[in-house]
Design a protein around this ligand. Structure first.
Ligand SMILES: [Zn+2]
Length: 165
């Protein structure tokens, strides 16, 4: 019974130089491991869209985002998410930031009200389409649905590369 007691006393002693050395090694090991895990996540884990919260405002025009169906967002290369109330606001801000500094764009599908990456949606553009800031662009995941609505608004069916010009 006396041996374990002695051992724990010895181990707890912080006056030994070995204690600090071990502590530093553990600390450095942890930092290194953390850095590896973090960088691995940067490169491999796909970026995800972030839902609009009740008090979110448009990053560009600062208006509250009340109609989620018209919303869009992008994630910068440094990981910041910018949310917009209108695709027109998103495009204006994206042009300022520069496409090379943005890693992902997401848009709300008018039908499902869910996020989709830019390359999976089709856009309708027309000045007859009323959007919160008069951007006149709405997004659809289903191309046939977009086509159907296009004729109603005399809108043109375009892809993301067309609207980001
Ligand atoms: Zn806006």
């Amino acid at each position: 019974m006396t041996k374990p007691l002695q051992c724990s006393k010895k181990c707890k002693s912080s006056t030994q130089p070995g204690f600090w050395f071990r502590g530093l090694r553990i600390l450095f090991g942890g930092v290194l491991l953390g850095a590896v895990v973090f960088c691995g996540a940067c490169e491999k884990a796909p970026v995800k869209p972030v839902d609009i919260s009740a008090n979110d405002v448009c990053f560009y025009c600062k208006s509250p985002i009340t109609e989620v169906a018209f919303a869009g967002e992008f994630v910068t290369k440094s990981g910041f998410v910018r949310k917009f109330d209108d695709i027109g606001c998103l495009l204006a801000d994206a042009k300022k930031v520069g496409k090379k500094n943005i890693q992902a764009f997401y848009f709300i599908d008018m039908v499902s009200k869910k996020w989709f990456p830019a390359e999976e949606v089709h856009f309708l553009r027309s000045d007859k389409i009323r959007t919160p800031r008069n951007g006149g662009i709405i997004a659809f995941q289903d191309a046939s649905k977009a086509q159907q609505i296009a004729s109603r608004y005399q809108a043109e069916l375009v892809q993301f590369d067309d609207i980001l010009k």
